[in-house]
Design a protein. Sequence first.
Length: 161
Amino acid sequence: MCPRHPRRQFILHGDEAQLQPLIARESGLAGRVTIRHADRVVTMHDKPSQVMRHGAGTSMWSCIDSVRSAEASVAVSCGNTGALMAVSMIRLRKIEGINRPAIASFWPSRNPGGFNVMLDMGADVKAEAEDLLQYALMGASYARNGLKLTRPRVGLLNVGT
């Protein structure tokens, strides 16, 4: 499954009846995946404010709680990013001095780490100058520590406003 990390373990959150057969088809996942059953899901149509108030019991909430309890190191979601940010803010809190968290994504690159780190990715079209500075500092820190770049460069991609 993951040749560079053959011992990596995964916690998968969702409907166990649907997930179990999918995992069973992948021999490389045998013994590496723990399923956390969740009856409910957050849809792309759910409002983040509603998920914050009524999201307990969803796979997204369960996933974030795995990070909160230090059972997992990271959370990966391909779902409703607004809801993910909202749940993360209330369950994980922010680092002191950070106004707004940023979603980070990897962008393939020719640099030694093989990727660039992109933060925010258009999630916040009303970012203030201080927020952009904090995103730059967080991205540079991630590039130094996660991608082992000694002198990361920071750029700003504008959405037009």
